[in-house]
Design a protein around this ligand. Sequence first.
Ligand code: ADP
Length: 488
Amino acid sequence: MTQYLLVIDEGTTSTRAMLFSPEGHPVASAQHGLTQHYPAPGWVEHDAGEIWDWTLAAVREVVAKAGGADHIAAIGITNQRETMVAWDRETGEPLGNAIVWQDRRTSDRCAELKDAGHEPSIQSKTGLLLDPYFSASKMEWMLKNRPEVRDAGNRLAFGTIDSWLVWKLTGGAAHTTDASNASRTMLMALDGESWDEELCGLFAIDSATLPTIVDCTGEIGRTDPALFGCAIPICGSAGDQQAATIGQGCLAEGETKATFGTGAFILTNSADRPLHSANRLLTTVLCQQAGKRSYALEGSVFVAGSLFQWLRDSIGLIISAPESELLARSVPDNGGVYMVPALTGLGAPHWRADARALVCGMSFATSKAHIVRAALEAQSYQAHDLMEAFEADGVRWAKLRIDGGMAANNWLAQDLADMLGLPVERPALVETTALGAAMLAAVGSGIYPDLQAAAEAMRGEVTHFEPVMSTDERERRLAGWKDALAKV
Ligand code: ADP
């Protein structure tokens, strides 16, 4: 009987269930979009009940395609990180909407803590910066502003999305979170086995309301038999960017992946050393197995693929994101046009929330192809700036493994290789986040002895892009980008 791996990939805009063969081939999938709630400017919420309903529906669809729950060897979970859910342990109901990672409502509170001098110690403990992005200030906000959360007493449970799903899947039997997700809450020290009481104190959070921190591989719990016909072991869990790093096979020190989706996230494996950045990169737990952690250095760019959605939907310059490739190829160069896509400020390594976008260098000779090409080139420049920040922190990339929706753009893949001066590799299966979760579940359920073996068996073919641009040309373009950036 074929035994499949079932992955729950709970993203920001949709929830998906995917079935993989033990050789890493995607066999079936089901996907449901999620309602985005914007109750106030800068606020982003999800209904955790809807997330659970769609997860249950998607898992049931692929369990049926597998021929029943007894055909599933194990479940792996990967999720949007930092998003925080509060629920009632007795009723199993969420206590208000989940506060999503993008939500900025705690900006003032984070600024206040920063002004009070808390950032250096938080950064050295957790590897994170004092920013609303992370979960702790979201929990604090719920406790302060939602009576139902404040008054829930010992019925209150907090958790990121992985935690919420495990709790629901196990019928309330397990309240856990894996170490990669825990490292994004700002309540766990990078080398701490459990929650950091000092940090919990700072945000007035009772650690008894938090999940138990567990490994990313190994049995976390079993699904309630009433859900899918029989119990399925949950054997792998990691946050989406960590899962993509594993799915890209970045298992050795220095190996680096870049996911170009809505935003761009670049992570370099730093093995068992949590590197502390002097360049505003984040340090994060990559994976925990048998209590042993590996770490990654992370740089996030806020605007990547969303730039092409904006050029399509709001500006009308392109009719589809893939058209950007044809337009970029239709002109010999950028014609002196540069775009700084700071539509929601600039992320790493600049962290300038106040920056706004700019297009410069236009003349009557400028066509829309030049502007679209400048938008694609901006992706390479942003990756280049991150590469410099990583280098300043002592981390050199030997090559870059790319994935995400934008990685399908061949022109961009080549331009990245040229501007970074590095080989770029793209796997045939760009669903690396789901593949990473499948690899974790495969190891956690004993199908493979370790992640290395899982990567060898489950990762498919890759396409290579080699740098061919002259140094002069590269430097000329980088100088143009630096001028544009200075104007922002
Ligand atoms: P996410 O997982 O963040 O939702 P995806 O990895 O699915 O995002 O990537 C979708 C994004 O990639 C969209 O913002 C889209 O504009 C962009 N995109 C998709 N194909 C291309 C392409 N060929 N060229 C440029 N951008 C693209």
